[in-house]
Ligand binder design. Sequence first.
Ligand code: C5P
Length: 228
Amino acid sequence: MIGSARPRARVIAIDGPAASGKGTLAARIADHLGFAHLDTGSLYRAVGLIVLRNGDSATDRPAAITAARSLCPERAPAVLRDSEIRSDRVGQAASTVAAIPEVRAALLGFQREFAADPPGAAAGAVLDGRDVGTVICPDADAKLFVTASVEVRAQRRLKELQARGVNAIDSHVLADMKDRDRRDSERATAPLVKAADAFVLDTSDMTADQAFEAALGFIRSRIGPDAA
Ligand code: C5P
């Protein structure tokens, strides 16, 4: 019907390294704006978990590609809601499978579709990950690059693990974090880099509330105070 087309969905891209606080921030912003939220890392984690559960190694390329192609996130498979995808073992597997171009290609369409046509007829979408502003949605209305020093991020991860009752050692968590940073930043396909037009939010010395207010201020400047 002429004139009944839905207005173009607003897209907020939030990228950053592990434990930078981008996930919590993205969920809060989506909630505040009434936008849909996609944690794109959960897709790579789901692929990692499928591979491990099949008894394969995350470095087994054919196994990872088959897992990614079988995922079908639009059907919201149970693996995406499995609490095990949050474990560090699965996080490491996710960052290994994420370096495989065919894995990334298999997950690209779903992410772009989510941004263009957010579920629940939401007026917009917030996507968080590593390459949202650079590869998935280069035309996003607002792009944020959320970061914090590796030491601060390791401390946050340690607290998170301890809160879940996991016995973790300081130095191991820091080493794992550095390892993941290196893998995510040095891979050839869609490495973690700040988009040229992204607003950098260093949360090292910020509370969650301060990070939220700073992010919202930037988003308002990009999409207008009425929309945000
Ligand atoms: O964000 P999270 O730590 O859950 O992501 C797990 C892993 O998935 C990351 O270390 C990264 O390698 C990969 N990932 C990615 N691209 C995204 C989101 C996550 O490569 N857009």
